[in-house]
Structures are given as C-alpha cells and as structure tokens.
Design a protein around this ligand. Structure first.
Ligand SMILES: Nc1ncnc2c1ncn2[C@@H]1O[C@H](COP(=O)(O)OP(=O)(O)O)[C@@H](O)[C@H]1O
Ligand SMILES: [Mg+2]
Length: 366
C-alpha cells in the first residue's frame, strides 16, 4: 500500500533539527527547516527555507510545504507559531511553547501545578531588584525572562554590591530573581508522549554544567529519583495534552526535587539516547509528531555524553576512545558554541566512567 510521505517542518535548523532529520529520514519522513542563517547545520539533511521567523511570506511558504510543524528552540515569536497553527498542526502545542519562552510564566505554571521550584519574583527595574533581593535573600540568581540559553542572560548575586552590575548586565530586560539553590546534583527527565496519549520516560540524566553550559550527562539506571521526576513531568504532559518530547531540568536538594526549567523539545541532556536507548529522543519526537507508534525508551547499555563547546577534537582522537560515538554538527567554531558531542557506551559503570574521563580530557586538550 502506498501512503503519502509525511513532511515535518522544523522551526530552527541547528543541531537539534539536524539530529531530528537524521532520525526521521529512515522512517520515510521528509524535513523542511526554517532558519534565517544560510549556513544552518540542518540544511544538509533537509530542505532549507531561508527567512525570518517573523516574516509572513516566509511562514506562509513554509506552511505550504509541510504536513506538521515542530520546533527546536523556544524563542520563536508567539504570533508566528499561532499563524502556523492556523494552517497546519503544530506539536508540541503552542501553549507549551508560550509557557517555556518566558521564565516567569514557566515558574508560575510550576507553582500552579504543584511542582516545587525555587522561590522567584518578577523584576522590572533596579528598585524592584533591590526589593526582590530583600524578599528572597542572597545568594540569588537574576535571569532575563526571555531569550536566555546556555546560561546567557544570567548573573549570580552574592552580595548587595553585585546588584547594580547584575541589573546592568540584564540590559534593562524584564527579569526574574530566584533563590540560588545549593543543589547536590542536577538531573533531567526526558519524556515522550504520542498523539494518543501514550507516554514513555527515558532514564534520568545526571548533568554537569559550568558557566551555565551543559558539559556532560551521565545516564542513570535505576536511580532513586526516577519515579519522582516522572511524576513531576507527568503533570506538565497532562496540563498541555502534550505531543512530542519534553525535558524537565531539576535540582536535587536533600533528596528532594525542584524544577529549574522545562524545554518543549528534544534536549541536550537526552543526546545519549541516540546510542544508549532502544529508540532515541529524536526518533521518538518525530514518531510522536507524525502520529506514529512510539519506540521503547529503555537503556541498551550504560552511557554518558560529553559536549564539545567552542572547539572540537579530531575525529580520530574521539573515536580512539573505547565505546565512543562522535556527532560533529558541522558548525563553524566560535567561543561558547556547541559544535558536537560524543557518547560513550559500555557494559559497566566503570567502563563508561573511564571513557567519560578520556573524553573530558580531550575537551581540555583541544
Ligand atoms: N537558582 C539556581 N541555583 C543554582 N544554580 C542555578 C540556578 N539557576 C540556574 N543555575 C545553574 O545555571 C544553569 C543554567 O541555568 P538555566 O536556568 O537552566 O538556564 P538556561 O536556559 O541557560 O539553561 C543551570 O543548569 C544551573 O547549573
Ligand atoms: Mg537549563
């Protein structure tokens, strides 16, 4: 029987879109990506529409080329997503996108759904920031409400003397001030929900950040925090009638979980799943969006993932690490830019730890 090919449109054509297309092509899916950057790295595996996210003519052309729309980042203008949603199905729902693109809306939703989160206050000016600091106490973190990623738009305020500098760095943008959490570890749960409501959870990842950027993730099997993390993510899935992959970043403090942020998309802390799970987060996202049955999310090995940021080691060096798999995104090097990652797989914790340490050494050498 011949069925029509499903074409998935992706807003954004960075590495996440590239890995979505790489996962979906073998299923017979086709991809159209929209991104203003002519050299966007997903273009090699898809049809690239070059244009602005806010440009109606571009959006209309894009909508005409696809059966369904998804996105790889949160900062798509809400009006553009709504415009597209009037023409083609958009998954995950624009409501999930709207909640996650504004940190104040996101944290307010956590509170509404009974998901513990650090204390936070909206801040619109220097006086407001001073008042928020006296309310919340120090240390605290000032974050711009929108457009932040990889730690951008954030400042830690340790002393009263830091207040003015932090406000200046925010550049007058609306912010939230939140308690600095002395977490014991950072974890994330990645979950996928199909169009019919079928839900599957990946094993949680334990994440190490530095300078606000994810450096590495270790996939944790049979972790004691797994079921609590799943319970919190489920509240979001139900609230949105969610379709696709969702990631929830959590702080663990004294054995309890607090939500940091959610991402209504495939997530850097789930990259290990390409080799480490029965079905990768990328394949499951496109399966969900295309209305196909979901695949298993169980681990097929122990694994850990290392990001290559700013520079990327030679392929031969990475591949000489036992059990390592390289993903070079084909992006031009720039300080702080995610250029690729490697996942190391093994059959014991010790083997993965050894591989992880070798990969981390490579990131320091290059
Ligand atoms: N309230 C906080 N307390 C302690 N560390 C924090 C806090 N907020 C953020 N961080 C650190 O900064 C990282 C990036 O912050 P996050 O809010 O996740 O922003 P981004 O959107 O840039 O990922 C977090 O993963 C964590 O390591
Ligand atoms: Mg984050």
């Amino acid at each position: 029987m011949t069925t029509k090919t499903t074409t998935i449109g992706i807003l954004g054509a960075g590495q996440l879109a590239r890995m979505l297309a790489l996962a979906g092509l073998p299923l017979g899916l086709r991809f159209v990506v929209l991104d203003p950057a002519p050299d966007a790295c997903a273009a090699v595996v898809s049809t690239h529409v070059v244009g602005g996210y806010g440009d109606r003519e571009t959006l209309s052309r894009f909508a005409g080329m696809v059966d369904v729309v998804t996105y790889e980042f949160e900062n798509v203008p809400a009006e553009s997503v709504n415009y597209l949603a009037e023409r083609v199905p958009v998954y995950p729902s624009p409501r999930a996108l709207a909640a996650s693109r504004d940190r104040f809306a996101e944290k307010s939703l956590f509170v509404e759904l009974g998901i513990p989160t650090p204390k936070f206050i909206a801040v619109d000016g220097l006086d407001g920031l001073r008042a928020a600091v006296s309310e919340i106490g120090l240390p605290a973190v000032l974050k711009t409400r929108t457009l932040g990623y990889d730690g951008k738009g954030q400042s830690v305020i340790k002393r009263d003397d830091d207040i003015e500098g932090a406000w200046a760095r925010a550049g007058g943008a609306p912010c939230v001030l939140e308690t600095f959490v002395p977490f014991t570890r950072e974890i994330s749960v990645v979950v996928v929900r199909g169009r019919g409501g079928e839900t599957r959870f990946y094993p949680i990842g334990e994440n190490t950040h530095s300078g606000g950027i994810l450096r590495h993730t270790v996939c944790c099997l049979d972790d004691p925090a797994q079921s609590a993390a799943e319970g919190l993510a489920s509240r979001l899935l139900e609230h949105f009638g969610y379709v696709g992959v969702l990631a929830l970043e959590l702080f663990e403090v004294d054995g309890k979980l607090m939500a940091n942020e959610m991402a209504p998309r495939v997530h850097n802390t789930g990259h290990w799943s390409i080799e480490g799970a029965q079905t990768s987060q990328f394949e499951n996202h496109v399966r969900a969006v295309a209305g196909l049955p979901l695949g298993g999310t169980g681990a097929v090995c122990r694994s850990a993932m290392v990001n290559f940021i700013g520079t990327i080691p030679d392929a031969a060096e990475v591949l000489s690490v036992d059990g390592a798999h390289l993903h070079d995104y084909g992006k031009a090097p720039r300080p702080g830019r995610k250029l690729g990652h490697a996942t190391v797989c093994g059959d014991s914790e010790g083997a993965v730890e050894a591989g992880l340490n070798e990969l981390l050494r490579l990131t320091r050498n290059c």
